[in-house]
Design a protein around this ligand. Structure first.
Ligand SMILES: CC(C)(COP(=O)(O)OP(=O)(O)OC[C@H]1O[C@@H](n2cnc3c(N)ncnc32)[C@H](O)[C@@H]1OP(=O)(O)O)[C@@H](O)C(=O)NCCC(=O)NCCS
Length: 227
């Protein structure tokens, strides 16, 4: 176990949970993929759309979450206009997750700890591997999920380079991170949860100042349909 056990649990039944990540409030939801006709990507986007619709108090069918080229980073739109809610998606075999926040730029990542062993060691620094004892064999899964979540939250829209994402602390449910992008450094906080046997990491950073509406849940105003 790393220092303290991860004690937050996200049910796999599409029930949203409000989590505190650093100084920010983040809504997260996970689901097991039960319908053979639905894609992992499609279900994750749908869960994010439900979070945004609830957060903005608008009908679900006017919200759309889609990846923006060239990076693939998802954005939330209402009536086709981007809104100031950060969304993030993740999926592994059989499990999907989504997160949304009006307070922070966020990233979610789900990993199967059985698939995050020593083969990943080239992506970790000695400092990262020394952050906590690895008594339960979870350290690499926690570090990897934290790196991917931090990359998504950093919104740099450059390719994912695991060594450019530094996990600086691991304590209990939380982690601290910095992403060294080509033009700027982004730092933030993160939290871990369990979704079944999967590790979920959620990273958060201050919203970029330009081009984002200020305010928290309840003060955002959704666009109305074009006349
Ligand atoms: C982000 C990334 C590391 C996640 O990979 P992963 O952990 O295997 O997959 P996850 O299921 O956890 O996450 C996938 C989701 O991440 C999101 N995502 C993709 N690119 C992203 C980015 N740049 N920033 C934030 N989120 C991103 C998408 O919502 C994606 O869902 P989709 O596949 O349904 O569209 C991988 O998608 C990636 O390397 N993206 C960068 C692509 C790139 O290099 N683009 C060109 C340079 S700008």
């Amino acid at each position: 176990m790393i220092g303290h056990p991860v004690s937050t649990f996200l049910p796999l039944n599409r029930s949203p949970c409000r989590l505190r990540v650093g100084a920010w409030s983040v809504d997260a939801v996970c689901a097991a993929l039960s319908d053979r006709h639905e894609s992992h990507s499609g279900l994750a986007a749908r869960l994010a759309e439900e979070l945004v619709a609830t957060g903005l108090d608008v009908p679900r069918d006017v919200v759309r979450v889609a990846g923006v080229p060239p990076s693939g980073r998802p954005v939330a739109m209402v009536h086709g206009e981007a809104v100031g809610i950060s969304v993030s998606l993740s999926h592994v075999r059989g499990v999907v997750g989504a997160a949304a926040s009006a307070q922070a730029s966020i990233g979610i990542d789900i990993v199967d700890p059985a698939e995050t062993g020593r083969q990943l060691d080239a992506f970790f620094t000695p400092d990262e591997l020394a952050l906590a004892p690895d008594e339960d064999g979870l350290l690499r899964g926690l570090l990897w999920s934290a790196k991917e979540a931090a990359y998504k939250a950093a919104r740099l829209d450059v390719g994912f380079s695991p060594r450019a994402v530094a996990i600086e602390s691991l304590a209990g449910n939380g982690f601290g991170w910095t992403v060294n992008g080509p033009h700027r450094l982004v730092s933030g906080a993160g939290g871990f949860a369990w979704a079944g046997r999967h590790i979920v990491a959620i990273a958060a950073a201050p919203l970029p100042t330009a081009g984002v509406r200020s305010g928290t849940r309840g003060t955002l105003v959704a666009p109305t349909p074009a006349a």
